[in-house]
Design a protein around this ligand. Structure first.
Ligand code: ATP
Ligand code: MG
Length: 247
């Protein structure tokens, strides 16, 4: 059985605070207000689903809090530090991202000519581990995600669900305090999609990692702690529907 990996900083309570984020793309005739006054607070270990129709601003929000796409206005705090004040960065974003954030996308984006284990190992090496330490950590992560037996397989030999598990392992390489996932299960069937969502919950609850997942899959919403909906750039928290009781 795998042992949980220790969380980096279990004492941190608020992992991410987004305050009144607005994003305006373009100007004049081509201006698009993609996000208006969007606020969200995510606690350590909380798993959040971000729902909403196409074009409503979900990826804009996720890339803003992922420090990839700066907001036009508003504030972003991560790990108790003010990182973005409007479009102004208050720290070196590259190194902050590398230290604190992990990303998972719709497609696993694994390097095709590296084996699964090597894909994770290289991410560990990029985070400062020696190649021996990185190999050990990569196997630990693959074991933790239930896919160690495929560490010698190339991505093309893995199913979509297995590739996404490797992508989650890779996102965990730097022991991030926050994982941001943009439609990570869109290419999977509902069973495999659910397995990936359950992995996020496991990581969050066992390691204190916070997770925000953009998803269209309404069948797995019960695994999330909190639901938010984006509609026309406005973000609101939704009540979780109680589980149906079987009679
Ligand atoms: N780089 C950009 N330049 C101009 N407009 C953009 C840019 N990126 C996104 N938009 C616009 O901002 C709005 C929100 O886009 P966003 O990608 O955040 O939506 P989304 O909710 O992630 O949609 P989907 O579910 O289709 O991925 C859309 O109207 C989109 O056309
Ligand atoms: Mg999107």
């Amino acid at each position: 059985m795998s042992t949980p990996l220790p969380a980096d900083d279990p004492s941190a309570k608020i992992a991410i605070k987004a305050e009144s984020l607005t994003k305006i793309y373009g100007a004049g005739n081509t201006e698009v207000v993609a996000m208006r006054d969007a606020s969200m607070t995510v606690m350590a270990g909380e798993v959040v689903a971000l729902l909403g129709p196409s074009g409503s601003g979900k990826s804009t929000f996720l890339t803003a809090v992922g420090l990839i796409n700066p907001p036009t206005s508003g504030k972003i705090y991560i790990a108790n530090q003010l990182i973005m004040d409007g479009p102004k960065a208050l720290t070196n974003l590259r190194s902050f991202r590398r230290k604190h954030l992990g990303f998972v996308f719709q497609k696993s984006n694994l390097i095709p000519f590296l084996k699964a284990g090597e894909n994770v190992q290289i991410a560990c090496e990029l985070n400062g581990l020696s190649s021996r330490q990185a190999r050990i950590r990569a196997l630990e992560l693959l074991d933790y995600l239930g896919i160690k037996d495929r560490s010698q397989s190339y991505p093309s030999m893995l199913s979509g669900g297995q590739q996404q598990r490797v992508a989650v392992a890779r996102a965990l390489a730097n022991r991030p305090s926050v994982i941001l996932a943009d439609e990570p299960t869109a290419a999977l069937d509902s069973f495999r999609g659910r397995q990936v969502m359950e992995l996020f919950t496991k990581v969050a609850h066992e390691q204190g990692t916070s997770v925000i997942v953009v998803t269209h899959d309404h069948r797995s919403l019960d695994v999330f702690d909190t639901l938010y909906e984006m509609e026309d750039g406005k973000l609101t928290q939704k009540a979780k529907e109680p589980l149906a009781v079987a009679h």
